[in-house]
Design a protein around this ligand. Structure first.
Ligand SMILES: Cc1cc2nc3c(=O)[nH]c(=O)nc-3n(C[C@H](O)[C@H](O)[C@H](O)COP(=O)(O)OP(=O)(O)OC[C@H]3O[C@@H](n4cnc5c(N)ncnc54)[C@H](O)[C@@H]3O)c2cc1C
Length: 409
């Protein structure tokens, strides 16, 4: 029996690839209700983010991004309603200095996708179909392969396919520990008794650290609460590109004619929020401090995206991406415990990477040749002892685009 712990996009993708690879007797347990974790908060940007020297993900992640792009395109083409669109991703620059940095990092990247190109403000108007005030920007770098989708729909679709394949889901069943005999896993301990399993995958998002602690292991992980707003309909074109802007600390896209947007102005370390009284167990947090911070920021963003000015908010949703000290992802065996595997450290890009991470862990479990080198994703690549507390982990994020947020806390 293979037991996946966590039915978010990571656990669902791991289960799907195990089943597609021929594994039998796969079950998935989740502490909470369907769609209650971080995944539905995800904004649904998917692109080749590793092909950018300004990000810490590194080029080893590009095969996972390519696989994720192909995976979602295939789901979409096979008839799943994901609110999928392939309009590319634009990294916007408000100043020439920023445009030069983007050009160095993305255009000059040896693995830049064909068609990656520099845009001036007229070019920005073209791919943004009027959503950006051209006078407020210098230009940007356009990544043509970028897609967008609705994350909850993707998660739901994968779970439905797994159910059709006979995979059992146990909802409201928190794993509390792992039974280990002679150094190998034999079962998952839950509030409803122990489930026999000779292979276990931790895919519990921000809660994976607690599961690792239950087997006396630790990874240097930094949970961060992030916020997404969906505006009232604003008449945006469904053909506009997804957008990111370093100077505004912003990501933004169209969703059913409205703005779906957020950025590090409304992010904060989970530890800082819980110290300030945020109560949180499973599910998604609600931090009014961050909601206020994002509301306060809206008119600044509207200086570049005029239709956002004064626009009411229809929905707010928060979730907890988990950052790593080296900016990389974790996919692999939990050292020293036979049969135990983990997917962790999504770096706020788990929608993009879950298909590839799920495929890779499935191939490692099934002892197949992995589609990409698993070495950069190993759990033992960083010594957790080098990071005795969160402050030391945050300090290691100095190069990260959200480092200032982490420092502020
Ligand atoms: C505002 C925001 C915007 C984002 N935008 C993007 C984006 O544009 N593109 C992108 O690629 N990524 C994005 N992300 C990141 C992405 O959403 C996450 O990386 C991804 O959803 C993480 O999926 P997961 O399966 O690891 O976690 P989750 O979805 O949280 O799933 C973990 C599951 O484990 C369960 N669980 C926890 N503990 C236990 C236990 N003890 N026993 C059993 N089950 C347990 C939980 O109930 C939960 O269902 C964004 C995130 C946020 C918050």
């Amino acid at each position: 029996m293979i037991c996946i712990i966590g039915a978010g996009i990571m656990g669902a993708c791991a289960a799907l690839h195990l089943v597609e690879g021929g594994a039998r007797d796969v079950i998935v347990i989740d502490a909470s209700e369907p769609l209650s974790g971080t995944t539905p908060a995800g904004a649904g940007f998917v692109a080749r983010f590793g092909a950018d020297h300004n990000r810490r993900l590194g080029a080893s992640t590009i095969p996972l991004q390519d696989y994720g792009l192909a995976f979602y395109r295939h789901l979409h083409e096979s008839g799943a309603d994901l609110e999928y669109a392939g309009n590319g991703n634009l990294v916007l620059a408000l100043t020439q200095t920023s445009l030069d940095t983007l050009a160095d990092g993305i255009l000059a990247h040896p693995q830049a996708a064909p068609g990656t190109r520099l845009l001036d403000s007229d070019g920005v108007t073209e791919v943004m179909l009027g959503t950006v005030d051209p006078a407020a920007v210098v230009g940007g770098v356009y990544m043509p392969e970028g897609i967008q989708l609705t994350t909850a729909l993707a998660q739901q679709e994968i779970v439905a396919r797994l159910e059709d394949a006979g995979v059992q889901f146990h909802w409201r069943t928190p794993a509390t520990g792992v039974r280990i005999v002679d150094g190998a896993v034999t079962g998952v301990e839950t509030n409803e008794g122990t489930i026999d399993a000779s292979t276990i995958v931790f895919a519990a998002g921000t809660w994976t650290q607690t599961l690792l602690e239950s087997v006396d292991r630790r990874l240097p992980l930094i949970p961060m609460v992030a916020t997404r707003f969906v505006s009232e309909p604003a008449g945006l074109s469904p053909l506009m590109a997804t957008v990111q802007c370093l100077e505004l600390n912003l990501w933004l896209r169209e969703l059913q004619g409205a703005f779906s947007w957020g950025g590090s102005f409304a992010y904060r370390l989970l530890s800082a929020l819980t110290e300030d009284g945020l109560e949180f167990e499973y599910g998604r947090p609600v931090s009014s401090v961050l909601l206020d911070a994002q509301h306060a920021h809206q008119e600044k963003i509207a200086e570049v995206f005029p239709a956002l000015s004064g626009r009411a908010t229809a929905e707010t949703i928060q979730g907890i991406p988990v950052y790593t000290v080296d900016g990389g992802l974790y996919v692999g065996a939990v050292p020293g415990i036979e049969g135990l595997w983990a997917l962790a450290g999504d770096n706020e890009s788990g929608i993009t990477h879950a298909p590839g991470m799920g495929k890779l862990v499935a191939q490692l479990i099934m002892e197949e040749t992995p589609f990409t080198d698993p070495t950069p994703f190993r759990l033992d690549r960083v010594d957790p002892a080098a990071y005795p507390d969160e402050a030391s982990m945050v300090a290691s994020m100095a190069e990260d685009r959200i480092a200032n947020v982490a420092k502020l806390n």
